[in-house]
Design a protein around this ligand. Sequence first.
Ligand SMILES: [Zn+2]
Length: 157
Amino acid sequence: MRIKSFENFEPFNILRKKMGAKELGSFELFDPQRQITYSERELLEMGLFEVKSARLRILKDKTIAFKNARLWLTWPGHEDFHLAACEKVQKRRHLKASFIAGLNSINDKNVCLDCLQLLKFDGLDARRSRRLDLAETMQKEFKLSEFQKDYPFYPLL
Ligand SMILES: [Zn+2]
């Protein structure tokens, strides 16, 4: 089947001018296999998105992504949230267990220091994190919004 070019279809051209669109523009098709859907995003923003480990990707920088969103992970009854593929996250992935994921900061959980160490975030490495006082301060002062400046969560390009 041949599809007629709409460029020469006058009613569309009039409509286009009314909309103030000068260019024909290009359209990106939404791909639900690769892009998070509206409802997934809603749950992720509430920090209530349940995701199976098989659906997660570990990015080259060791952070975790689902489709085109970087995210944090936790699970029921666990007091930390994770930002990278630390040992605890990997263990749970090997068990093929599911995770709870989100995009925004959470108040009732602490950031996992192993994850920050893995990413060497803010200069945290194994030697420094052995100093408990320093590690605890980092945990207390950690701001997800600051982390997201280095590791933007959504959308991933
Ligand atoms: Zn972790």
